[in-house]
Design a protein around this ligand. Structure first.
Ligand SMILES: Cc1cc2nc3c(=O)[nH]c(=O)nc-3n(C[C@H](O)[C@H](O)[C@H](O)COP(=O)(O)O)c2cc1C
Length: 164
């Protein structure tokens, strides 16, 4: 079994981080993985806004309802879908960010910015941009564990063959 397969099956949202900044190399590797994500028609209609200062993290966190991981993170990457962009592409970029982070010992958690228009205005993105998701990042705290939400639905429930 490939390491990639194990990483995909083992990837969990981790919300408890060390109080330590990410190294420049680690952050750059994660951003490089985001940048190299495939997108529809290779349009790359995205920006990846990195926030590392505590005031900036706290201010961003105000735009969602379950955003404590942003406040606790060493860095959060805001996924900015530029006007004309495609949410499917943003999801791919988010997963690449998370898998790359995991591969270099960085924990992560996807975060919803429920008040996405406010988030867009707050960061200064243009009208038509969608600023709905972010990924919180940090070195995992000692003993950090995923929250258990009951695993996954069984394959028999979600996999259909031939017809719905
Ligand atoms: C699109 C999306 C949005 C999410 N938003 C939040 C969030 O706002 N706050 C949070 O703590 N976790 C958030 N999560 C994490 C999920 O709760 C978590 O991935 C899910 O419960 C499964 O847990 P696991 O990834 O550890 O297996 C989000 C996940 C996704 C995919």
């Amino acid at each position: 079994m490939s390491d990639t397969y194990q990483s995909i099956l083992g990837l969990r949202a981790i919300r408890d981080y060390e109080d330590q900044p990410l190294s420049r190399d680690d952050l750059d590797r994660i951003l490089e993985a985001a940048r190299w994500t495939g997108s529809s028609k290779n349009r790359q209609d995205w920006s990846f806004l990195v926030i590392e200062d505590q005031d900036g993290l706290d201010a961003l966190a105000a735009h969602g309802d379950f955003t404590q991981p942003i406040r606790d993170s060493a860095a959060t990457i805001v996924l900015v879908q530029e006007p004309g962009g495609n949410m499917f592409d943003m999801g791919r970029a988010a997963q690449n960010i998370m898998l790359t982070a995991d591969s270099i010992g960085v924990a992560s958690c996807p975060i919803t910015l429920h008040r996405s228009d406010d988030a867009r205005d707050h960061i200064g993105a243009p009208a038509g941009a969608v600023v709905k998701y972010a990924v919180a990042l940090g070195y995992p705290a000692d003993g950090a564990e995923p929250r258990q939400y009951g695993g996954r639905k069984p394959a028999g429930e979600v996999v259909k063959r031939g017809s719905y």
